[in-house]
Write a new protein. Structure first.
Length: 423
């Protein structure tokens, strides 16, 4: 059978459907009744249909109850952060006490490094990946500087082998062993934003612990994409955003995880604020700080109630679908896109950067191409295919198991076959 038969894509979708009806997919004016084939959910997830009603509910409570909304109504705002924790814990593979939604991602990285990056003159290095997201690079360099270290020596950037795009676990582990007592913190992306590589989080966490370092993870591209077991893996702390795979809207409140072995340790230094204080003490307005046990003890400010609403709506969809079932569909969907791209890459000038083994990637496939920005613009205007560009030469396609279809994958691969120059 012709792998590029449209009927095959449609048959696959009928047998293994998405939950697209739960989302608002933007229309594509290029063809009657068409929608975008949306592959940028790794950058901004689509809007859950329930998001507007969830926001309206909070606006109504504000209109009807004003300040009493903190304590009264169907959903008192005082509990707004707490009520998200069971669903977040399911995505993170954690206990509800170990997770919290607050702030935004880079802020959480800083807050958690304030606790978990405690350099000494001997042990001061932070190990990140060379292909780290720029914000993470800025965050670790500024943390090193904040403690009086020169980022040029304090920040170690892991490089893949020559000619390879992804890091190998054995190379990460051997580099950690080489640096040994010099490393204070290992902070890697669980799924790399550029290549889509899923790092072996339990193995690297264990290797960090073996050399006496703290293991922190940036899970921006992992949460809601792959199942996680942060608690069982012994991860010390993690942070992530919710606007990518978790579909909670632009600038949505982010997430944080602190392992239970640290979460109730009130002696840990932290940048504190009144929302991390024990509620029994909070409204006494006294200066003493008694950290709330659990990740909530790292909260600083008043919860962003309105911004939590779409996150709540989105988490309901994850709870209904189950992250493991989503992952199974994701492996099938990305495998289908990969098989189409294999044909494209054999004929055309392009290269897949993402590891081939499903266990070593999330849903995203990254392609190295010439003139990525021009290609992405043509995919969008001529085919209604939305991908994401990383300058200078990477286009990223993330088929999202909640709402992407096999037909979307077919449209993307067919369009690439047309637009890419011959090999
Ligand atoms: C998306 C992303 C960020 C963005 O951080 P914000 O603070 O939400 O702007 C940071 N790090 C990684 C790895 C990301 O993928």
């Amino acid at each position: 059978m012709d792998l590029f038969a449209e009927s095959d894509a449609l048959a696959r979708e009928a047998a293994d459907p998405s939950r697209r009806a739960d989302f608002l997919v933007p229309p594509w004016p290029g063809a009657a009744g068409a929608e975008w084939a949306y592959f940028a959910g790794n950058s901004l997830g689509l809007q859950p249909r329930g998001a507007a009603a969830a926001i309206e509910e909070e606006l109504a409570a504000w209109a009807e109850l004003a300040v009493e909304g903190w304590f009264e109504g169907a959903r008192p705002w005082l509990a707004s952060a707490d009520e998200l924790r069971p669903s977040l814990a399911r995505l993170a593979g954690a206990e509800p006490e170990e997770v919290v939604a607050m702030n935004t991602l880079t802020v959480n990285l800083h807050l958690l490094m304030a606790t978990f990056y405690r350099p000494t003159p001997e042990r001061f290095r932070i190990v990140i990946e060379d292909a780290a997201f720029p914000s993470d690079s800025h965050a670790v360099a500024s943390q090193a500087r904040h403690h009086g270290f020169d980022p040029a020596s304090a920040v170690v950037r892991l490089q893949p082998r020559a000619g390879e795009a992804a890091l190998r676990t054995e190379d990460i582990v051997s580099e950690l062993e080489r640096l040994r007592g010099g490393v204070a913190l290992v902070l890697l992306g669980g799924v790399n934003y550029l290549t889509g590589e899923l790092v072996e989080i339990p193995e690297v966490t264990a290797a960090a612990h073996d050399i006496g370092a703290v293991a922190g993870w940036d899970l921006a591209h992992a949460i809601g994409n792959v199942p996680l077991e942060l608690s069982a893996w012994g991860v010390d702390w993690a942070a992530w955003c919710h606007y990518k795979y978790v579909n909670a809207g632009p600038g949505a409140p982010a997430g944080a995880f602190v392992h239970s072995r640290h979460a109730s340790d009130r002696s840990l230094p932290r940048l504190a604020g009144w929302w991390g204080n024990d509620p029994a003490e909070r409204f006494r307005m006294e200066p003493g700080f008694v950290a709330r046990p659990g990740a909530v003890g790292w909260q600083v400010s008043t919860p962003t109630v309105l911004a939590f609403a779409p996150l709540r709506a989105s988490l309901e969809l994850f709870d209904a679908a189950g992250i493991r079932a989503l992952r199974e569909r994701s492996v099938r969907l990305t495998g289908y896109l990969e098989s189409l791209l294999d044909v494209v890459v054999a004929e055309r000038r392009a290269r897949v950067l993402t590891p081939r083994e499903p266990g070593r990637r999330g849903c995203q496939l990254s392609l190295a191409v010439r003139e990525a920005r021009i290609l992405a613009a043509r995919l969008r205007s001529e085919h209604g295919v939305i991908c994401d560009v990383r300058e200078p030469d990477v286009v990223r396609f993330a088929p999202i198991p909640l709402y992407s279809s096999y037909h979307d994958c077919w449209r993307a691969a067919t369009a690439l076959r047309e637009l890419l120059p011959a090999a």
